[in-house]
Design a protein around this ligand. Structure first.
Ligand code: NDP
Ligand code: MG
Ligand code: MG
Length: 341
């Protein structure tokens, strides 16, 4: 059984006594910064020159400086900029100020696991990863609840790194829900696998194929959208509440029987073999190399793939439909429906 931490396990003063720099003020950044501040922690935000996020962080009442100045000021530096930019931010602005006794923290282990960042041995290196998008991390905290975190320590120079990580997790609301102990390697590899195979990659492809099959067979795109995308949320909510069993309990017997006989025809054992190949590329570093290699090439492949995804017919159908319905719900983020990145 995994080792868990709750509110009572945390000594919150261990984080309240530290000056915390949050690098980046995006999805995770704004949530960590605001939750930490509400928990009595002194926080400053580090952003690049001319950052679009500066006004937002200042409007929210934070002191904003360059990443270098924030890193110099802070005892604990939490990097919440996009993973592909972290190695450059680290080398140029953080490393010179990462003096002995400081703490370097992450919300995802990518750059440590694949060696893009190699911190000195006299600093603590830790991971506090909420298992939800930042806007949910903030919303749940404000509601008096929390999102489960997973935490890891890569280097414990102070001898207190685990206690500090638990205290940080408490300050962002994580210990209200429960915090699980992991390692940088396990967090990074399972996170990448989950998002690539099931949550993002697998689900997106499944939905697109389902939409294509129905519309190519002559059914109306609006009906296809409801059947393969809109209702997905309702099914996932049931799984989230009570596992696959609750979902099967709630749907009709017809749907449940169809699940048993047709699910394995669609997702064949070959798909499991493909998933193993995806995992092997994650473990070997081949995925990380491809992602960062493309970034070094100006992110050309990334841009092309994004444009291709945004051009899929299901996106246009959904955009038009969502305008017409009262259930349009996505009000709690900076995302504007139909925006392109
Ligand atoms: P975002 O894309 O939301 O972060 C963008 C922020 O980083 C913006 O404030 C942006 O500022 C800033 N930024 C971008 N480039 C730089 C730079 N060169 N120097 C300084 N700041 C910069 O990131 P996320 O919150 O999605 O991800 C942050 C970390 O959290 C990642 O490690 C990710 O894997 C992890 N994570 C994310 C989750 C999520 O749900 N999003 C969940 C759990 C972990 P600007 O306005 O200047 O562009
Ligand atoms: Mg991830
Ligand atoms: Mg149906």
């Amino acid at each position: 059984m995994a080792e868990m931490f709750y509110d009572a396990d945390a000594k919150i003063e261990l984080i309240q006594s530290k000056k915390v720099a949050i690098v980046g003020y995006g999805s995770q950044g704004h949530a960590h910064a605001q939750n930490l501040r509400d928990s009595g922690v002194e926080v400053r935000i580090g952003l690049r020159d001319g950052s679009r996020s500066t006004a937002k962080a200042q409007d929210d009442g934070f002191t904003v400086s360059s990443v270098a100045d924030a890193a110099e000021w802070a005892d604990l530096i939490m990097i919440l900029a996009p993973d592909q930019h972290q190695r450059t931010i680290y080398a140029d602005e953080i490393k010179p100020h990462l003096t002995a006794g400081k703490t370097l923290a992450f919300a995802h282990g990518f750059n440590i696991r694949f060696g893009f960042i190699e911190p000195p041995t006299d600093v603590d290196v830790m991971l506090i990863a909420p298992k939800a998008p930042g806007h949910t991390v903030r919303r749940e905290y404000v509601a008096g609840r929390g999102i489960p975190d997973i935490i890891a320590v890569e280097n414990d120079a102070s001898g207190q790194a685990w206690d500090v990580a638990v205290a940080y997790a408490k300050a962002i609301g994580g210990t209200r829900a429960g915090v699980i102990k992991t390692t940088f390697t396990e967090e990074t590899e399972t996170d990448l696998f989950g998002e690539q195979s099931v949550l993002c990659g697998g689900t997106s492809q499944l939905v697109q194929y389902g939409f294509e099959v129905l519309t190519e067979a002559g059914y109306q795109p609006e009906i296809a959208y409801f059947e393969v995308l809109h209702e997905l949320k309702l099914i996932v909510d049931l799984m989230h509440e009570g596992g696959i069993t609750k979902q099967r309990w709630s749907v009709s017997d017809t749907a449940e029987y169809g699940d048993y006989v047709s699910g394995p025809r669609v997702i064949t054992p070959e798909v499991k073999e493909n998933m193993k190949a995806v995992l092997a590329d994650i473990q070997s570093g081949a995925f990380a190399e491809r992602f960062i290699g493309d970034q070094d090439n100006g992110g050309k492949e990334f841009s092309e793939l994004r444009a291709k995804g945004e051009g899929h017919p299901i996106e246009e159908t959904g955009r038009e439909l969502r305008k017409l319905f009262a259930w349009k719900a996505d009000v709690d983020s900076d995302y504007v429906d139909g925006q392109t990145a």
